[in-house]
Design a protein around this ligand. Structure first.
Ligand code: HEC
Ligand code: HEC
Length: 223
């Protein structure tokens, strides 16, 4: 790793520490009602806005995806995956290496749940089209057929398959995630339950054009 990303990482970590200290310990013991959880989640979300934006719409310059409105079960799974190092610790995972240290600030399962609940309650933010050479949505239909089995035909995800929604995710993030699965930067860590399946699935996308096409189809599903 060159000096610059390391400095950036340290800067982020320092900022996170400052925010964290201002939020402070302790949290109430596991909140009894949902409202208290949401309030706790909202407070903790101050740790996240630096990269994911105040509205949770993400920021490509920080490699941070849109997260507002993602289902709580998926957010909770990912926060656990990052914290245990199943996701985000690969040496070539630039985005993951930024998110991994953040996950360590989330103290326990109650706080993971509170954050996940709050993020789910946030209205989804319409993402910009940022990819340089958008693909062909019509060609993407064929490629998407296999994806729909888990992520649903309309791209809204399927909890029973542990497959998150793909509609509403930024095009650049979909592209980078698919490439990470292709290169096993994501999904191959010991203990990753769901990642290995995705590594097999992205093998059905033969090249970057196919990736762009399937993303164009996913974007066409947006309501
Ligand atoms: C230092 C910047 C940074 C901060 C602060 C940060 N994140 Fe992230 N986060 C990222 C990046 C970058 C990624 C993308 C990782 C990847 O590409 O795999 C990410 C990914 C995620 C994901 C996975 C989304 C998905 O679709 O799989 C979740 C959930 C998430 N962050 C939640 C949070 C929460 C909650 C906080 C606050 C506690 C937070 N993040 C703080 C940078 C950050
Ligand atoms: C066998 C079920 C299955 C199929 C088929 C499948 N996926 Fe997935 N996909 C998953 C699961 C489960 C996850 C969540 C992995 C995790 O929890 O880390 C996922 C995650 C993803 C992610 C990361 C989302 C995020 O927010 O970080 C992308 C992108 C994705 N899939 C795209 C695709 C595409 C494109 C296809 C078709 C080529 C496809 N998937 C086919 C099960 C599947």
């Amino acid at each position: 790793m060159s000096a610059k990303p390391t400095t950036t990482l340290i800067t982020f970590a320092t900022m996170a520490l400052l925010v964290f200290m201002s939020i402070g310990f302790p949290s109430p013991a596991v909140a009894e009602d949902g409202a208290a959880d949401l309030a706790r989640g909202q407070k903790l979300f101050a740790l996240c806005t630096q990269c994911h934006s105040a509205n949770g719409g993400g920021d490509s310059s920080f490699l941070a995806p849109a997260i507002a409105g993602l289902p709580a079960w998926y957010v909770e799974n990912q926060l656990k995956n990052f914290k245990s190092g199943i996701r985000g610790l690969h040496a070539e995972d630039r985005g993951g290496l930024r998110m991994y240290p953040m996950s360590l600030w989330i103290r326990d399962e109650a706080d993971q749940k509170a954050l996940a609940g709050y993020i789910e309650s946030m209205p989804a933010v319409a993402t910009k089209r940022e990819i340089a050479h958008p693909g062909d949505a019509t060609k993407g239909v064929g490629y998407y057929a296999v994806c729909g089995a888990c992520h649903a035909a309309d791209g809204t995800g399927n909890k029973a398959m542990s497959a998150p929604p793909l509609v509403g995710m930024s095009d650049w993030y979909l592209f980078s995630s698919i490439q990470k699965y292709k290169t096993k930067v994501r999904g191959s860590a010991v203990g990753d339950v769901y990642g290995p399946a995705m590594i097999g699935m992205v093998a059905t996308l033969p090249n970057d054009d196919a990736i762009r096409d399937v993303i164009a189809h996913i974007q066409s599903l947006e309501k």
